[in-house]
Ligand binder design. Structure first.
Ligand SMILES: C[S@@+](CC[C@H](N)C(=O)[O-])C[C@H]1O[C@@H](n2cnc3c(N)ncnc32)[C@H](O)[C@@H]1O
Length: 344
């Protein structure tokens, strides 16, 4: 049985303040059970040459296995342990753009980029489509998209991304950023930015972009799509078709920087009211076999209550094994957890 040592990105150690290794172990366990046939075992932490690693045993990782693991949210480098030596394993992540797509935007209330990638990965790997992660573009909706961290991560993977946020400033900030970034990087694209009309009335704004990382793909019409709407997420079925998304991924308001707003309930610290109103809509937008992944602050809403809301919307929450190991403290006011639920 071969032994491997995974070096975690220094930035992950910084943003998770002590929880990076535990989160990596949980993410590794989800990769193992979904796309690696449960072949990863004996996961632990080790210090090698004075540097901390997450180590694991696996029965010979092939090229495709390494290509899967290359997308681990905090992976920096992977080595096979040979006696006292480390042999690098080539990592070729899905990434198709420069990483400043995700790292440049800095603002209060941003979901950190490693965590956004973790949530997207775990949601994808829990869907019925996990095995095609490397083979086809997924369609991802972030129905509380803020200034677009999930959308940019989905684009980075070569996927199609859609987003909804009620906050006009967030919508305009992401629109301005992504269009300026595409121009600066000379990435071929076509953008339409204008009012969103529903029932003859202006209900918000909408940005639609088609783009391709390679000029020849753009010419051939092989494009990625970004579709961002400034509106209330509970109205999503008015502007997106049912059963069109593989994944719904959202970081719910923590009740600290952002509150959860619903037309009927107003602004609340707990996201449960918003989730109760929105989860049935999000569930309808998902394809069968698709998965919904939500992150939230457990100091304002209990895990069992959040799971019940997703179950009431007809989704099946994953509530065992590594799925119970993602809880971590962000700061004094936030203990974050994630909940994944699949559409049967
Ligand atoms: C934690 S933030 C998401 C941050 C985002 N992931 C990012 O990195 O920019 C939650 C978002 O939910 C939005 N929100 C709250 N209630 C909403 C509603 N009813 N419809 C749409 N968006 C809503 C807030 O405006 C806020 O941007």
């Amino acid at each position: 049985m071969a032994r491997y040592a995974l070096l975690i990105q220094p930035s992950a150690n910084r943003v998770y303040s002590g929880a990076a290794a535990a989160l990596t172990q949980a993410e590794l366990a989800v990769f193992s059970q979904s796309v690696l046939g449960g072949r990863i075992g004996d996961v632990s932490e080790a210090v090698i040459g004075g540097v901390g690693y997450v180590t694991f045993a696996a029965d010979g990782l092939g090229g495709r296995d390494a290509a899967q693991l290359a997308n681990l949210s905090s992976a920096y480098a992977l080595f096979e342990v040979e006696g006292a030596l480390l042999r690098p394993v080539e990592l070729r992540p899905l990434d198709r753009f420069d990483d400043d797509l995700i790292t440049i935007p800095k603002y209060q209330g941003k979901t950190n980029e490693q965590f956004t990638k973790l949530l997207l990965n775990v949601t994808l790997l829990s869907s019925a489509f996990a095995r095609s992660m490397l083979d086809r573009p997924f369609t991802v909706l972030d129905p509380l998209c803020g200034r677009g961290t999930t959308l940019s991560q989905a684009l980075m993977y070569g996927f199609d991304a859609a987003g909804i946020d009620l906050d006009r400033r967030d919508f305009e900030a992401y629109s301005a950023f992504i269009q300026a970034w595409l121009k600066r990087k000379r990435i071929k694209h076509h953008a339409e930015h204008g009012p969103l009309r529903l029932g003859g009335q202006v209900a918000g704004r909408r940005l639609r972009i088609s783009l391709a990382a390679a000029k020849q793909d753009y010419k051939a019409g092989v494009t990625q799509h970004l579709d961002v709407v400034n509106a209330d997420t509970t109205r999503a079925l008015e502007f997106f078709r049912p059963e069109t998304f593989d994944l719904v991924v959202a970081d719910a308001p923590y009740g600290v920087q952002h509150g959860s707003r619903t037309a009927a309930r107003g602004l609340a610290r707990s996201p449960l009211g918003l989730l109760a109103d929105a989860a049935p809509v999000w569930a309808r937008l998902l394809r069968r076999g698709g998965a919904c992944g939500i992150a939230w602050n457990i100091l304002v809403a209990r895990r069992d209550a959040a799971a019940a809301v997703l179950a009431d919307a007809g989704l099946a929450p994953a509530d065992s094994g590594p799925y119970l190991a993602f809880r971590h403290r962000v700061d004094q006011a936030i203990v974050r957890d994630i909940l994944i639920a699949v559409k049967p």
